[in-house]
Design a protein around this ligand. Structure first.
Ligand code: MF3
Ligand code: CO
Length: 247
């Protein structure tokens, strides 16, 4: 069941998403060679608490951190640790916020320095572009899998793979609501997109194959073939006239 949001609810989701965006903007300025993922996590959590909000992922199904920190072949749900960033690493940061009963969710992948590989740079560009196309497809009159197809066609056209075991989602008074939004699918199929829907669209893209493995920590998803992976996510609101990126 897809919950359509009232304008009052949208205002609350917007406020939550603003903190998500500000947290990612802040973390971006902190990324450098030698900083640990734990330090980044602490900076993110403290910023969120300073806004009288909560890091939404912390404690969610037992997840222990406030910010998901996933390096190189780690796709999503990496757990902050004493691991330090290296100059050739890329790192995906995924942030969720709960404020006044409503959630916001977004992710971005960053290069630690300009010395990352050309492949890493291209991967980040393609993944970001796939999100941009997916957001543009998320409009009233289109269908759900138009979003999925927008991601898949962009990513596979570039020679990369979309992760199949994780999906985007509706979001609102719960972090994960219907519908599930796969990053692959047939255009012109799926439910009709309607004004009032709020969606977290989140392509995860691998340089190699789409197969994944989960580490023994029970959370960290990595590429099975060890290839690099990137993740970009926005929470968006479908209004009558346009799609608004809230994060
Ligand atoms: N953006 C991811 C999602 O929507 C992050 C979830 S992390 C978790 O599933 F810890 F909350 F699972
Ligand atoms: Co999400």
């Amino acid at each position: 069941m897809i919950l359509l949001k009232s304008s009052k609810e949208i205002d609350k989701i917007r406020a939550s998403c603003r903190i998500v965006r500000e947290t990612l903007d802040l973390l971006k300025t902190k990324i450098r060679t030698g900083i640990s993922t734990k330090e980044l996590n602490t900076i993110g959590e403290e910023f969120i608490y300073s806004k009288n909000a909560k890091p939404a992922f912390k404690g969610y199904m037992g997840y222990p951190a406030g910010v998901c920190t996933s390096i190189n072949d780690e796709i999503v749900h990496g757990i902050a640790s004493d691991r330090k960033l290296r100059e050739t690493d890329i790192i995906s940061l995924d942030v969720g916020v709960l404020l006044d009963g409503y959630f916001g969710d977004a992710a971005r992948t960053f290069a630690v320095t300009n010395n990352v590989s050309q492949e890493a740079k291209r991967l980040m560009e393609v993944t970001q572009e796939s999100l941009k196309l997916a957001v543009a497809a998320a409009k009233t009159g289109n269908r759900l899998y138009d979003i999925s197809y927008a991601v898949q066609s962009c990513v596979e056209g570039a020679g990369y793979s979309v992760v199949r075991q994780f999906v985007g989602h509706g979001i609102g008074a719960s972090l994960h609501e219907d519908p599930q939004i796969p990053n692959f699918g047939k255009p012109h199929t799926g439910i009709q997109l309607k004004p009032g829907m709020v969606l977290a669209i989140e392509p995860m893209v691998n340089v190699g194959g789409y197969e994944i493995e989960i580490l023994d920590d029970g959370w960290t998803a990595i590429t099975k073939d060890g290839s690099l992976s990137a993740h970009f996510e926005h929470t968006v609101y479908i209004s009558e006239k346009r799609v608004e990126i809230l994060t």
